[in-house]
Design a protein around this ligand. Structure first.
Ligand code: FPP
Length: 268
């Protein structure tokens, strides 16, 4: 059956889109943007040139996701490890780039009805960055389309530590921790992402087969798609290709494949 091509897709994107099942889009896509440094090195440019070029990739990917009706995209923009393990000049550049991105991309975000949110330890970011983040979030607060979450100074382990500390703190404030029981739902409710569904699909660019401390709890059942494409070369069409691959996979959540259920297989 032919289905309607969403407005704004170019000819090549429309061709990939026509092979997708619009009923089975991932609701939440989490993206590990990697390969900026290698992209720059191949061109004999400083590493930061790769980060700068990465902004166009963010724009294209985010716009395409919004156009096809993905509910939520989370981008791993800056990890707690980036903060500690990169030269100060590169960190400063990334902070300045983020501020510029938030101002410069505002018309694109609003035109696409995208609501901006953040996860991570923001209180450790420079005040000027935090101010711009708060401004951008407020600017898009009324947008009702896709949720774009930027993971900034984010680490999954620190997220879990923060969650456990909040659980214990709340229990202590409510009469003591003697009767505290922690189950999966309690942990989920205290994650930075408590208000959104878990990612269905994780995309990682530049070929590395790692999760790099990204949303470790939330991606327990996500499909993982790794592409050799370096982040600055990634575009909306590559996201559609990732979704096409996702739709070929069978998600089992630890259960059996449907055909095997009927056959009474004993696989676990
Ligand atoms: C990883 O590449 C990328 C980052 C640490 C930063 C991501 C930032 C951007 C894509 C810039 C634009 C985004 C926003 C939201 C403003 P790497 O430097 O680790 O690459 P390498 O592994 O090839 O060295």
């Amino acid at each position: 059956m032919r289905h309607i091509v969403p407005a704004g897709l170019d000819r090549k994107e429309a061709a990939v889109w026509s092979k997708l099942d619009p009923e089975r889009l991932p609701k939440h896509i989490a993206i590990i943007m990697d390969g900026n440094g290698r992209w720059a090195r191949r061109r004999h440019l400083p590493r930061v040139a790769g980060h700068r070029a990465g902004v166009a990739a963010v724009r294209s990917t985010v716009e395409t996701a919004a156009r096809i009706g993905v509910e939520s995209v989370t981008l791993y923009a800056f990890s707690v490890e980036n903060w500690q393990r990169r030269p100060e000049l590169e960190v400063d550049f990334l902070m300045a780039l983020l501020r510029r991105y938030l101002r410069q991309e505002m018309p694109t975000l609003k035109r696409n009805n995208i609501r901006l949110e953040y996860i991570g330890r923001h209180h450790e970011l420079p005040p000027k960055v935090r101010e711009r983040m708060a401004w951008a979030q407020l600017e898009t607060a009324q947008c009702t389309g896709m949720r774009l979450t930027l993971a900034l100074n984010y680490g999954a382990r620190s997220e879990l530590v923060d969650a456990f500390n909040r659980i214990v703190q709340k229990a202590a404030n409510n009469g003591g921790i003697e009767h505290l029981t922690i189950d999966e739902e309690a942990v989920r409710r205290h994650l930075y992402t408590s208000h959104m569904p878990d990612p269905d699909l994780v995309v990682r660019t530049s070929g590395e087969m790692r999760l790099s401390n990204f949303l470790l709890w939330q991606v327990a059942y996500a499909e993982i798609y790794v592409t050799e494409t370096l982040w600055p070369d990634f575009r909306g069409i590559h996201l559609l290709e990732a979704i096409a691959e996702y739709q070929k996979r069978e998600r089992r959540y630890g259960g059996l494949a449907p055909a095997r259920d009927h056959a009474g297989s004993r696989r676990v």
